[in-house]
Design a protein around this ligand. Structure first.
Ligand code: CA
Length: 234
């Protein structure tokens, strides 16, 4: 049995059945809700580790569910949203969701996201967020000396590139939206747009790729933002 408890929130019965059957076959413990209010009450009574949340619910909006649950729960939240609703995904991520899955999705995609959430959960519970050295695969960040190494090679970053990298590292596994990143790096008052962010991100990636040509820990979510993926512990 998998140690993770999952809450499935989906009003479309065929999608809900697909998800719960997949979870059952893969030995996950789950509970299911078909409305937002039911989801909130199940979350309060069952304390799930992960919530798979459809945004379009019959009673209250999925965003409202995220905001309510986030005020007292640390559960990881993966949004399940229809294609072409980028603004909803962005709002959901900024409200505290961790990742998203776009409908229609494959079983393999669903399971991969759940495994990624499990890695993020393990990472968060191990408290490694607070350790002075961040390690993810071949990437090491020594916060005290501000030294970044990749596959043993030192990577020299500018102040902004370093802050971008540490922001992504501190939220490993979570999709960070453009506006969230801009707000955290440059603050609210500075006129910085997505194009400038893209330029900094390109130069950061270029330096990381120079140290390790196959570097792919930072994923681009087109129209949404960026995510550092957690490498599976070997
Ligand atoms: Ca729905």
């Amino acid at each position: 049995m998998n140690e993770m408890k999952i809450l499935v929130v989906e009003d479309d019965r065929s999608v809900s059945n697909l998800i719960t059957t997949t979870l059952k076959i893969n030995h996950y413990t789950y509970i299911a809700a078909s409305t937002g209010n039911e989801a909130i009450s199940l979350c309060a009574s069952h304390h799930p580790d992960l919530i798979l949340l459809d945004l379009g619910l019959p009673d209250i909006d999925g965003i409202e569910v995220i905001r309510t649950v986030r005020s007292w729960s640390e559960a990881l939240i993966i949004i399940i949203s229809a294609r072409g609703e980028d603004s909803d995904k962005i709002m959901a991520l900024d409200s505290g969701a961790d990742d998203y899955l776009t409908k229609p999705f494959s079983i393999e995609e669903l399971l991969a996201r759940i495994r990624a959430a499990q890695r993020r959960m393990k990472y968060l519970s191990s408290g490694s967020e607070k350790t002075p050295v961040f390690v993810n695969g071949d990437l090491t960040i020594d916060y005290a000396s501000r030294q970044v190494t990749l596959a043993g090679k030192e990577v020299r970053l500018t102040a902004i590139e370093y802050r971008l990298l540490t922001l992504l590292a501190g939220n490993v596994g979570k999709v960070l939206t453009h506006s969230y990143i801009i707000g955290r790096i440059w603050g609210g008052g500075v006129e910085t747009d997505i194009i400038s962010l893209r330029v900094y991100m390109t130069s950061l990636r270029k330096k990381l790729k120079a140290a390790q040509p196959g570097f792919n820990l930072i994923e681009t979510h087109i129209g949404i933002g960026y995510q550092m993926v957690r490498v599976q512990d070997s």
